[in-house]
Design a binder for this molecule. Structure first.
Ligand code: AMP
Length: 356
């Protein structure tokens, strides 16, 4: 167990790092942020920041030597960098979790190997393979770049009339996955914490609603049957254990009208769909993350009250004055100075009685 006064190094300087640092403080930890951006959301609330690029190996090694443990708040750091850091200081989660989460084919293959079903999929590295993959999977389907896709970027839907050559050219990639289109009823997620001693504790299943491919609202807990919830929790724990995660693993899943559960993707870090825990759960995902990476026992995840979490995206943040005046609403802003369309500026947690 890291004693109070120890320093948690966080690679990445965004809101997930900010809220982790805020939750680590009451446990007595200092946070040191490594980020390319000066004065970002995480740096504003942390003891120290190193500003450098993720490919600046000398600087990141100096950073590693100055902290007691390293975690990260976004998953697109080169695996080779994390492997190097792991030789200097404990990295939690480790490089394997990153490697799997960074690549959609590796991720879905890993799930299948651990008894977790996904949409049918096929890999494609050129137009001929793409055409063969679509023939194999059928239409409708979705093609996604294997790496660096987020919020619906780097993906296209394939319908009966789709021109495959045009779609392939538009993706400008040589590494893609074609997935069968799932007519899901709900999108849900589970965040699992796994401690240094191997104990895995999943947070309750929540439902996620997207607008323009960006998470808009999380409803906690999800309104699904106990059997479906049990299946989702079991899959998420199986993946966290398979990856030997120390820290958090977020697992996004599709739920069919018949109660079937399929994994969509994973992220080895705190997740937007876990923000409700700050005001609805005995232990927040951020405290749990800090506990896991510091080697502390995990906290209980009992629900205090149901929550509807709404993201404040772009101009929606301008409603902050109404939110702070709304009884029961809890405002969380990220300290971003520039508002841009599609940018996550903050979120609000509300009891369902305040639903809009
Ligand atoms: P992803 O980047 O994989 O999370 O995909 C972004 C969003 O696209 C998901 O949240 C779903 O709403 C939708 N989506 C992704 N994959 C599929 C699929 N195989 N079938 C149906 N919808 C999907």
């Amino acid at each position: 167990m890291l004693p109070p006064g120890s320093t948690i190094g966080i690679v990445g300087g965004g809101q997930l790092g900010r809220m982790t640092a805020l939750a680590a403080a009451p446990l007595g930890y200092r946070c040191h942020i490594f980020t390319p951006e000066a004065d970002g959301p995480a740096s504003q609330v942390s003891a120290e920041t190193t500003v450098a690029g993720y490919d600046d190996l000398d600087t990141i090694e100096t950073f590693a030597r100055s902290v007691d443990v390293i975690t990260y708040e976004f998953e697109n750091i080169p695996v080779s960098t994390v492997e190097r850091l792991a030789q200097l200081v404990p990295c939690r989660p480790g490089p394997r979790a990153l490697e799997v989460a960074q690549h959609r084919v590796i991720e879905k293959t890993f799930a299948a190997e651990h008894g977790v079903p996904t949409a049918p999929f096929a890999a494609a590295q050129n137009l001929a393979e793409f055409e063969a993959a679509v023939t194999k999977i059928g239409r409708p389907s979705i093609v996604k770049t294997c790496r660096l896709g987020y919020d619906g970027k780097g993906q296209r839907r394939i319908d009966k009339a789709s021109d495959l050559a045009e779609i392939w050219a538009s993706l400008a990639t040589d590494d893609a996955i074609v997935e069968g289109f799932i007519a899901f009823e709900k999108e849900v997620s589970v965040i699992v914490a796994r401690g240094l001693d191997g104990t895995a504790v999943p947070f309750p299943v929540v439902e996620n609603r997207h607008v323009n491919h960006i998470l808009d609202t999380t409803i906690a807990p999800a309104e699904i049957s106990p059997d479906t919830a049990e299946t989702a929790l079991r899959y998420a724990v199986a993946l966290a254990e398979g990856l030997e995660i120390v820290g958090l693993l977020a697992v996004e899943l599709f739920v069919g009208a018949d109660g079937s559960v399929l994994m969509n993707e994973i992220a080895p870090r705190p997740h937007n769909s876990g923000h409700w825990t700050q005001d609805g759960c005995v232990t927040s995902q951020f405290e749990q993350h800090a506990r896991a990476v510091a080697g502390l026992p995990l906290g209980p995840v009992d629900i205090i009250r149901s929550i509807e979490m709404q993201n404040l995206i772009g101009d929606a943040v301008d409603t902050w004055q109404e939110i702070v005046a709304e009884p029961g609403a809890k405002l969380h802003l990220y300290g971003k100075t520039e508002t841009r369309p599609g940018r996550k500026m903050g979120h609000v947690n509300r009891p369902p009685a305040n639903r809009r």
